[in-house]
Design a protein around this ligand. Structure first.
Ligand code: ADP
Length: 260
């Protein structure tokens, strides 16, 4: 019954997705069509042609962003899970993001020594984290701090987990910003496909729905906490990879999940 409900939810999400695609693509095609027909009409005005060509390029760039995100949404069934060291992944990402997120946005990472590897599609995880970081940057126009915090968490069989996580070991990755935050009405809708509050052409509304789909497909979950003026934290729970740790001494038996 749970699987059927998940399927129905996914079909509904795909329906919303299809409607959104038609809308987004129409905008892109209109911009390309308009730009090209204006260029055709005045080929002797190099400045004008250059400006119109830039407009066409920007529109096609938006189209590429939408298709890329759509493809990762559609390919959710083809995730290739592998053990991922979250600490190393986040530190590397932070370094790249410091250069790409722009002035005034600091990035920091925190991961405890001996953190178990998580099990997920590494490329998809990176894409999801970059999308979350982009959202964080967009929420901090005056600058601020983007923080990645990884930690181990065990879900025990004695109480149902509020997010429906099955008992076992998880690696929790929290992405926090010190940005604008969201009001309750926005927060309630964030993981709907194509829900965006960003101006036309800036947001596709797929970032968080994709992140949630990825986490659930990987056997984990996602949660979003936010308060206006206090920033936002998006947390992903991903299952722990069941492999021997390279540093057994750093993983005391006491914090290991009980094997059912
Ligand atoms: P997009 O970023 O393309 O709008 P998302 O699904 O990633 O799509 O986000 C949906 C909406 O959720 C955003 O338009 C924004 O209103 C809100 N949101 C997401 N992340 C944050 C954040 N870190 N801070 C504030 N608002 C956010």
């Amino acid at each position: 019954a749970q699987r059927r409900a998940a399927h129905a939810e996914r079909m509904q999400a795909l329906g919303q997705l299809a409607g959104g695609i038609a809308h987004d693509f129409n905008n892109v095609l209109q911009a390309v069509q308009g730009g090209a027909s204006l260029i055709e009409r005045r080929p002797d005005d190099p400045d004008g042609v250059r400006r119109l060509a830039r407009m066409v390029l920007e529109a096609t760039g938006r189209g590429v962003t939408v298709t890329r995100r759509l493809l990762s949404f559609a390919r959710r069934d083809e995730l290739r899970a592998e053990p991922v060291e979250a600490g190393a992944l986040l530190a590397g990402l932070c370094e790249v993001l410091t250069h790409t997120l722009g002035d005034g946005v600091r990035c920091s990472t925190e991961a405890p020594p001996g953190l178990p590897a998580l099990l997920a599609d590494k490329g998809q995880l990176e894409t999801v984290l970059v999308n979350l970081a982009t959202n964080a940057r967009d929420a901090m126009p005056e600058g601020g701090t983007l923080r990645f915090v990884a930690a181990a968490e065990t879900v025990t069989p004695d109480a149902p987990h509020p997010l429906g996580l099955a008992p076992g070991g998880y690696v929790r990755v929290a992405v926090s910003d010190t940005g604008t935050g969201m009001d309750a009405a926005t927060l309630a809708r964030v993981s709907e496909p194509f829900f965006t509050t960003k101006p036309e052409g800036r947001g596709t509304g797929l970032g968080l729905s994709m992140a949630r789909g990825f986490a659930e497909q990987s056997g984990g979950a996602m949660a979003v906490e936010s308060a206006p003026g206090h920033g936002t934290t998006v947390t992903l729970w991903l299952p722990e990879a069941d492999i021997p740790s390279p540093m057994p001494a750093a993983r005391p038996e006491a914090v290991r999940p009980a094997q059912a």
